[in-house]
Design a protein around this ligand. Sequence first.
Ligand SMILES: [Zn+2]
Length: 275
Amino acid sequence: MPELPEVETTRRGIATVMPGRTLRQLIIHENRLRWPIRPDLPALLENRTVLACERRGKYLLIRFEHGTQIVHLGMSGSLRRVPLDEPLRKHDHVEWCFDDARFLLHDPRRFGAVLWHPDTDGPLAQHPLLANLGIEPFDPGFTPERLHAGLRGRRQAIKPLLLAGKIVVGVGNIYASESLFLAGIDPRTPGSRISRPKSVRLHAAIQTTLTQALDAGGSTLRDYVNAQGTPGAYFTLHAAVYEHQNQPCPRCSSPIRRIIQGQRATYFCPGCQKR
Ligand SMILES: [Zn+2]
């Protein structure tokens, strides 16, 4: 699944091209995504100029002068720049055509979304999909104190708490396992049992893990391609524990364990990660 680093890598890619350009054609080849794409969207956007490409959580925000396109890559989506004459592939569902640039949303599982939020509907931050998101991990307001405060009184285990995205967004499945390994915290520890010193370590580990993934251009999806169409850097990020079950821990050589938490796989080292 594309996670925050992939989405941010995609944002950086489209942000180098789209802003300042006028969208000539929006072509919907398949409107049955997670929610149907409204049929009048091309008419609303054609010959309008993109102002900015932003991101909130895993939502790409393509800003126009009269509203914002909210794009989600779902479970399997990618949004990439392609040559003007490149033939469509199967699962290319939406096409953004500028005079000298073209982008395709490719989404085999069709859990992605292309929505429209007109400015007349009110502030974008109050959109139902965005209103309840946790703080961005690189927002200066995301501090160890804030993380600790968010975990206070939470009986749920720390791994699913991180995945839920209500305390901080963007710590998806691979990054949650890797961050907890780096911080030396057992993923089964209840949120309320994460001490202040552990919150400090976990905060630092989250930022380190996400920074490394961003530097690598996103890492979680094997067939991921970024907005320039070049393959993602999955193999260049060397996960310490993720998908390493039964392999030796890089620190202590204990076998890495795989457990299921909230229907998602968690990987950890029972030797290094303590409650
Ligand atoms: Zn270990």
